[in-house]
Design a protein around this ligand. Structure first.
Ligand code: 13P
Length: 254
């Protein structure tokens, strides 16, 4: 039995006060709880502490995620954030390998693999992203492309508790474009991801890992994705920037 996950990736949106306001609004929307759904918000790094304070003060039923991390403990890495720093402000999850990081900042599968290992050493749960660009989808090789990413991103990982490693499948052509994959498209790839995880880690571990869909997910389409066997939740961009729309998505998952 896998608990569903609804995760909001705020990307590079929200100043400190706007982030506090959004978190406060979300706490109010979700005041009656979220059932068995694990709700996660991922604000920009400078907003993490402020959102952590809202979570504590409001006893909000959601957890805090960073959007990125570096794989060294400390030192001369200007502009980067270490896992211990995320831990120190209360982040219990961290998104890694988002296609925007891969595309704009040159992150490789090797980097993503190192980040996952380092986060897990610190007890922070990685939300590891994968997904194909449009030309790969059009060539019909998306399943091979994504499962190859999974093999590289998980190489050598020790997954003892499968609830503590999350994958997000986000087809790049569906991110922020309003173009959504169909629920069947999502199931095709999420099912193939689970099969690959079973080959690597064994069926029992694979069955415990949550696989999320991301890419123009919104209140009106999220339920269709969640009906699919291997889709355990969503990683939401644009629709997570308003408390009422994200709360509606959480409720759809309950
Ligand atoms: P949108 O929901 O805005 O398409 O973004 C998806 C995404 O990239 C979440 O990480």
């Amino acid at each position: 039995m896998r608990n569903r996950v609804m995760a909001g990736n705020w990307k590079m949106n929200k100043t400190y006060s706007e982030a506090v306001e959004l978190a406060t609004g979300l706490a109010a929307e979700l005041k009656d709880g979220t059932g068995s759904v694990d709700v996660i918000v991922a604000p920009p790094a400078v907003d993490l502490k402020g959102v952590a304070e809202v979570i504590e003060q409001e006893k909000a039923p959601f957890a805090l995620s960073a959007q990125n991390v570096y794989f060294e403990e400390s030192g001369a890495y200007t502009g980067e954030t270490a896992p211990s720093m995320l831990e120190s402000v209360g982040a219990t999850y961290c998104i890694i390998g988002h296609s925007e990081r891969r595309g704009y900042f040159g992150e490789t599968d090797e980097d993503i693999n190192k980040k996952a290992k380092k986060l897990m050493e610190h007890g922070i749960i990685p939300i590891s992203c994968c997904g194909e660009p449009l030309e790969v989808r059009e060539a019909g090789t998306h399943v091979e492309f994504v499962t190859d990413q999974i093999k590289k991103d998980t190489e050598g990982l020790q997954i003892t508790d499968p609830s503590k490693y999350i994958i997000a499948y986000e087809p790049i052509w569906a991110i922020g474009t309003g173009k959504t994959a169909t629920a069947d498209d999502a199931q095709e790839v999420c099912g193939a991801i689970r099969k690959t995880l079973a080959e690597i880690f064994g069926q029992e571990t694979a069955d415990g890992i949550r696989i999320l869909y991301g890419g123009s997910a919104k209140p009106t389409n999220v339920a269709g994705f969640l009906e699919k066997d291997d889709v355990d939740g969503a990683l939401v961009g644009g629709a997570s920037l308003k408390a009422d729309s994200f709360a509606a998505m959480v409720k759809a998952a309950m």
